[in-house]
Design a protein around this ligand. Structure first.
Ligand SMILES: [Cu+2]
Length: 148
């Protein structure tokens, strides 16, 4: 520990203290970005929006019912668990709600998100139409229930 501190002092001429702070802040923010969603499903995003994590696989969506409040921003974060070696759809999955103009397409083993605000109460169907069976596949559908 003392050795480390000595080294720090010796290098002060080259490294400004604010540079350390900047590095610590950036690293901390990066780590937090990775760690927080894992522990905090459905918490608040950076914009104050509610966040919903959904996984898409050839077996369907991991979540079939989402609840949200009218007039409150909602972030849907879609992850495709499938690899690009899937012959049908190439491992992509979609989260689309026509009535709200929402269309998220997650690349194979990747995540994409969109933030939107449901204007009023109602039940909105979401679906994936880029993999096997597409919209006809009953497991690649779900309901967004918006309450007032
Ligand atoms: Cu799909």
């Amino acid at each position: 520990m003392t050795k480390l501190m000595k080294g720090k002092r010796a290098r002060r001429g080259r490294w400004k203290p604010w540079a350390y702070l900047l590095i610590v802040a950036v690293a901390g923010a990066g780590a937090g970005w990775l760690v927080v969603p894992a522990f905090w499903d459905g918490g608040s995003g950076p914009t104050g929006a509610n966040v919903v994590e959904i996984k898409g696989t050839m077996g369907g969506f991991s979540t079939e019912v989402i609840r949200a409040k009218a007039g409150r921003p909602l972030t849907v974060r879609l992850t495709s668990v499938d690899t690009r070696f899937h012959t049908d759809g190439g491992g992509k999955h979609q989260f689309a709600i026509d009535a709200l103009g929402v269309n998220i397409i997650a690349p194979p083993e990747g995540t994409r998100e969109a933030t939107f605000t449901p204007p009023g109460p109602g039940v909105y169907e979401y679906y994936c139409d880029v993999c096997c069976g597409g919209r006809a596949n009953p497991t690649m559908q779900g309901k967004l229930i918006v309450e007032s």
